[in-house]
Design a protein around this ligand. Sequence first.
Ligand SMILES: [Zn+2]
Ligand SMILES: [Zn+2]
Length: 219
Amino acid sequence: MDAEDLRLAVYRAFAETGRAPRSDELARQLGAGAQEVAEGLDELARGRHVALGDLGQIVMAHPFSAIPLGFSVMGTRTLWWGGCAWDSFALPHLLPGEDEALVATRCPACGRPHAWSVGRQRPPDGGQVAHFLVPAARMWDDVVHTCAHQRLFCSEDCVAAWLAATGSARGYVMDLGTLWRLAAHWYDGRLDRGYVRREPSQAAAYLRGAGLSGSFWGL
Ligand SMILES: [Zn+2]
Ligand SMILES: [Zn+2]
């Protein structure tokens, strides 16, 4: 079985249905055995195309998530879990026919609900801020933990309150415009055959272009 066939099957199932395909569905679709699918998913996990759970099940295929991490993304006919602030803002850019989606979450500090209509043309209005806890170099140490801590807050005050309440060190705070530029093209190509991850120098250039800087991002 070709790993790229498997990767595409996973990504396209997430895109079309909002949920992760089960291993038996992948096996049937690809005409493969259960063991082959399991080995293929392990290979994709090593390449950081998917994150697997303890039972080998697909938990994430960025920017898609099979588990709730604080965000919902509502399209015209499909509902997705948004993996994090970055992933949620990326989905409208990636999904065919979803030029705009409703991204909703709650402030982790005070519980206040927030929702934005996120499209491809310009960042949504709003004075909220995103806080990313885990620095870029360590994001894949435990990527589910990392995504769970890339959240949107009412304000800098709510970020400060959350850091104090959880005893966490401040990570990186950005406004909605910066988050939107970060998300806009980061995942380009993931629904297409032959997707190739950016080289580190290309990734650095992309991050700088989005307006990010500093050691948090390795820049
Ligand atoms: Zn994420
Ligand atoms: Zn708040």
